[in-house]
Unconditional design. Structure first.
Length: 525
């Protein structure tokens, strides 16, 4: 390790938490010197006590203060005027997140000096009712900003003020706006004021009628270079003319899109005008690679247009009429390029419609209602011989009643928010037998349906990586090549221990594993 260049060593240690860095410093003097040089480079501070403690440490030591490059504050219970001064004390700070619920809003008015100290910030996220971003922009503090994420907490006037000040962030490339209203006049001004924008995400943003003094936007080429458009958690307005105008604006303004995401809430009927507008949008976006739209299914006319215009989709997300849409995709030229499918479905009992999708290597499958639907994992794998990675979320996972024996070339399996039901056979034992090439296993918030131990036995597997994060279990029994070691999560630490009589635990039994992560802690082989 002593021969590793410092830059590579620093990159390696950047994946460690603050507590893990402290442990690494105890290994030897050489490590102490190297790790201490980046000990405070990235911090996540939750609560006022943690914020005050670390702020005091860094303020008293200028060398530590110069290390800080990324800071995330969760409810630090300080006033906006205090947040304004943070970059002044940490000259190398580039990324700052400030999430605050409930605060005393002061009447402090920023000055030019406050704006000057924000010029090194390249990324800023704020979720509060203050909209500090506007104040900083007014003082020309975001001259090097490339990414801004702001939640307006339903205050529309703040959104208009921000858009008006965007010319003072000339390098802005990525913008996320949440919880507000927006008219097409606002949207056009946004692009005029942020001409270098590459990615725009609108979440919980309600389309707003144009005010009397606002003219209907004259569609211009004002969004050249925008490659990602996302509009999520939105309500389609009852005014069909208003929504048609928005869809028309998208079709006429964005020609370089690679990512198109439009996710509306409670879409209950098929509106033909939606398909017509989606045809317009697709006709003007030959570079499209990712498509996630729940306004209208992917139909043969839409796919024929995509094929004709040279669109080659790489990833598609589907929400309703999944079998119908997958079938349509399989009869189009999109199969030549399609690599990944994301399915949001209700039933997980039959996956025959996936069998023709031989080019697809990656599948994500999520239940719309958590812990309310059963997924037969053997049926999924039997009809997906081509898959290399699978991610399963929100399901009760079991095996089919008939039972089956086969092998697949799956290399990665991610299980998230799942319950493993062994009613028809042990699920993980089946995975071990059916997937001999499995290299990575990730399990987050999983449990057994009988409330007993979670057993993960892969006696013939040598994993590159296993990641486990299960809130229901604090105790982990790790067996490598027959040698057991027992770990227990104690606060932020992972300690070797022993298992008491009836204490539930996770058993991990493998031939080998290069990297094992339990909670936030890595155990290297």
């Amino acid at each position: 390790m002593d021969s590793i260049p410092f830059e590579i060593f620093e990159h390696f240690t950047s994946y460690l938490t603050f507590s893990e860095k402290l442990q690494a410093m105890l290994v030897c003097h050489e490590w102490r010197v190297k790790v201490s040089a980046s000990l405070y480079s990235e911090l996540v501070l939750d609560g006022n006590e943690n914020f005050k403690t670390f702020e005091g440490i860094l303020m008293e030591n200028k060398d530590y203060a110069k290390q800080l490059k990324s800071l995330r504050l969760l409810n630090p219970a300080v006033r906006p005027s205090h947040i304004l001064t943070i970059p002044k004390h940490f000259p190398e700070l580039q990324e700052l997140e400030w999430i605050q619920t409930g605060m005393d809003i002061d009447t402090y008015i920023p000055n030019e000096e406050d704006g000057e100290c924000w010029k090194n910030i390249t990324s800023f996220l704020e979720l509060n009712a203050v909209c500090l971003s506007v104040e900083i922009l007014e003082k020309s503090g975001f001259t090097n900003l490339t990414k801004l994420n702001i939640n307006f907490c339903s205050v529309y006037s703040h959104c208009q003020l921000l858009i008006a000040q965007l010319p003072k962030a000339p390098g802005l490339e990525n913008l996320v706006i949440e919880s507000t209203e927006m008219s097409l006049f606002d949207l056009e001004n946004l692009h005029l004021n942020a001409p270098k924008l590459k990615a725009l995400r609108l979440s919980l943003v309600s389309p707003k009628h144009l005010e009397a003094e606002e003219a209907m936007p004259v569609i211009k080429t004002v969004a050249d270079g925008l490659t990602s458009w996302e509009m999520v958690n939105m309500q389609v307005p009852e005014d069909t003319e208003l929504w048609g105008a928005w869809m028309g604006f998208i079709a006429s303004t964005y020609k370089d899109l690679k990512n198109l995401t439009i996710q509306a809430e409670r879409v209950s009927s098929l509106v033909e005008s939606h398909q017509a507008k989606l045809l317009e949008i697709a006709a003007g976006c030959p570079l499209l690679e990712f498509y996630s739209v729940n306004l209208f299914p992917i139909t043969p006319p839409l796919l024929e247009l995509m094929d004709a215009t040279g669109i080659r989709l790489k990833k598609v997300e589907l929400h309703d009429l999944v079998e119908y849409q997958v079938s349509n995709l399989m009869f189009s030229r999109q199969t030549e390029s399609l690599e990944a499918l994301v399915l949001n479905i209700d039933s997980g009992s039959s996956f025959e419609y996936l069998e023709p999708a031989s080019n697809i290597k990656h599948l994500e499958i999520t239940a719309k209602q958590r812990d309310a639907s059963l997924l037969a994992l053997d049926d999924l794998l039997e009809n997906s011989s081509h898959l290399e990675t699978i991610k399963v979320s929100n399901w009760i996972i079991q095996l089919g009643p008939q039972g089956s024996s086969f092998q697949r070339g799956l290399k990665r399996l991610d299980l998230e928010n799942v319950i493993l039901s062994n009613a028809n056979g042990n699920v993980m034992s089946f995975v071990a037998a059916a997937c001999p090439d499995l290299l990575k296993l990730t399990i987050q918030d999983a449990s057994a349906d009988d409330d007993e131990n979670l057993i993960l036995e892969f006696p013939h597997h040598h994993f590159a990586c296993i990641e486990l994060d299960t809130e229901e279990f604090d105790c982990y029994k790790v067996v490598k090549q027959g040698q057991p070691t027992i770990y227990e999560i104690q606060g932020d630490y992972l300690c070797e221990t022993s298992i008491s009589g009836d204490q539930p635990y996770v058993l991990v039994a493998v031939e080998g594993c290069s990297s094992l992560k339990i909670g936030k802690r890595y155990i290297f082989n």
